[in-house]
Design a protein around this ligand. Structure first.
Ligand code: HEM
Length: 487
């Protein structure tokens, strides 16, 4: 894990010696600056609570909340992180200026550590323009259309025909959903093999299928390493494997290859173009292509699995979705409430005062970090979402069928009643496209196939607790299903 002279890696980052010294000296004498949140350093010097935190983040944060209340600072791998777990005050993240609470400093460190990518100064502006134009504006329609045609190519290939329609195919639902979503998403963002290069369109489609298949399996390997990589605790052997995979993706997504594709999304095109104009080397732009692949694919596959599984396990929800497409939006939101668990983190760049919704104020030190874990702060709070562990497909619908946005705690309205996409400046710009992807996938599954669980009585798998804080949760095992063409 490193040592107190500043070599920690991963999410816990690189420790600032002065900060450790300052906090250590205060805490040895048990004195905090006036107005600071309760500080819990754990019993292991410098590492603090890191092992308990990694073992089960949700359990650990719940324990801390019970002990200290909804604002507390914990020591994790040399860093002091203040968790803000009051549902009414999460908006502080939205309101605080970037000069005080910065997303960029933290994300630059992570990009370098996990993806071998080093940013240049003008990046945020470039990204924001490309996101707004192509993931939210007119470009969203084009990307959604591309997704539809790629999903059709992948889902209908090799599924038989009317002549042998009674043949069931079996697969693990998690692997099937992740594989389809990954491959279709990758092709929609990075483009298709041009028919000219293969001789005809059929051959080009075939190549899209085989290439995206290879990429998917390598991506799964990287994804498996990601929790330990993110938290900076990979063993040397696994580090080597992570490096091999990065090199594989940098080559597969090399910018000269991406530029030769057909239908490359304007989003990727504009970003790589702007980086080139800014003077970034081609090899570094290729590395960024993997950052984009990872960002776009990390959550979508697992989310599509949970959505389809919840629908299959809840016949009333399945019937409602088939009868009234608007219900699907609520079912998607409910799925994300139950299975999306990112930790939203900011670096504290200046000493600051955290102002809570109920007028409490806390002094927060420069050099520390602040974080919100919406899953426990909001998503599964039984006052905000009664019976919080149950899937209720219509939880986000009013009786008249409109979108429900009124949720309360203690009689007071909760503005941020779910946060699967994060909040504030770093809120996921791909949320509209991602929602479309999930809805398209479910729509096509239900339109093309009869599908059922092999064992309808099998319980919904447990969540794999190693992934708390990283985004979409994954199941601790797969669940078998079968499907066959309807016509
Ligand atoms: C179910 C699918 C998805 C979920 C739940 C999701 C969620 C998130 C979350 C939680 C963040 C980080 C927020 C933070 O740290 O404060 C994020 C960032 C981001 N997402 Fe998504 N995402 C999904 C799919 C996508 C897709 C399909 C795209 C693009 C096509 C995308 C593009 C991005 C980008 C570019 C960022 C970085 C924003 C920044 O740092 O400025 N996401 N996403």
């Amino acid at each position: 894990m490193g040592h107190p002279t500043g070599q920690s890696r991963g999410w816990f980052g690189r420790v600032n010696d002065k900060q450790v010294y300052a906090h250590t000296s205060f805490c040895l004498s048990s004195i905090l600056n006036p107005g600071e949140p309760p500080l819990d350093k754990g019993i292991i010097p410098w590492l603090g609570h890191v092992f308990e935190f990694r073992r089960d983040t949700l359990k650990f944060l719940n324990r801390m909340k019970q002990k200290h209340g909804d604002v507390f600072t914990v020591q994790l791998g040399g860093f002091y992180i203040t968790f803000l777990q009051d549902p009414f005050s999460c908006g502080t993240f939205v309101k605080e200026k970037q000069e005080k609470l910065s997303r960029n400093k933290f994300s630059h460190q992570l990009m370098k550590q996990a993806f071998g990518y080093e940013d240049i100064k003008s990046d945020p502006e470039i990204h924001l323009m490309a996101h707004t134009r192509h993931l939210m504006g007119d470009g969203l329609v084009l990307m959604t259309q591309a997704m539809m045609s790629n999903l059709q190519n992948l889902m209908l290939h090799n599924t038989g025909s009317a002549a042998n329609q009674s043949t069931w195919k079996e697969d693990g639902l998690f692997m099937y959903s992740c594989k389809i979503l990954f491959r279709a998403g990758y092709l929609s963002v990075f483009g298709n093999v041009p028919p000219e290069s293969e001789g005809n369109e059929e051959k080009a489609k075939e190549k899209d299928r085989t290439e995206s298949d290879t990429l998917f399996y390598e991506f799964r390997k990287y994804d498996q390493l990601f929790p330990d990589l993110f938290y900076g605790v990979l063993s040397p052997k696994k580090k080597k494997e992570a490096q091999r995979l990065l090199t594989f993706f940098w080559d597969a997504l090399a910018i000269h290859k991406v530029r030769n594709k057909d239908n490359i999304s304007r989003w990727v095109w504009d970003i790589q173009q702007a980086k080139a104009e800014d003077g970034m080397e081609e090899s570094m732009i290729s590395r960024y292509m993997f950052v984009l692949l990872f960002t776009t694919q990390l959550n979508t596959g697992p989310a599509s699995f949970w959505l389809l599984l919840f629908l299959m396990k809840h016949p009333e929800a399945m019937a409602a979705v088939k009868g009234e497409p608007d219900v699907l939006d609520s079912a998607v939101e409910e799925t994300l409430r139950l299975t999306m668990a990112p930790i939203i983190t900011r670096s504290v760049l200046q000493d600051m005062t955290l102002k809570m919704a109920d007028s409490r104020e806390y002094f927060i030190r420069k050099g520390d970090r602040m974080a919100v874990f919406p899953y426990s702060a909001v998503h599964i709070d039984p006052e905000i979402h009664p019976d919080p562990h149950s899937f209720k497909y219509d939880r986000f619908l009013n009786p008249d069928g409109s979108k429900k946005t009124d949720f309360y705690k203690g009689g007071k309205k909760v503005k941020h009643y779910t946060m699967p996409w994060g909040i504030g400046v770093s809120m996921c710009p791909g949320r509209f496209f991602a929602t479309n992807e999930l809805k398209q996938f479910v729509f096509l599954m239900l339109a093309y196939f009869e599908c059922e669980l092999k064992n309808p009585d099998e319980k919904i798998p447990e969540i794999d607790v190693r992934r708390w804080g990283l985004g979409s949760m994954q199941p601790d095992r797969d669940i078998q299903f079968q499907y066959r063409l309807r016509y």
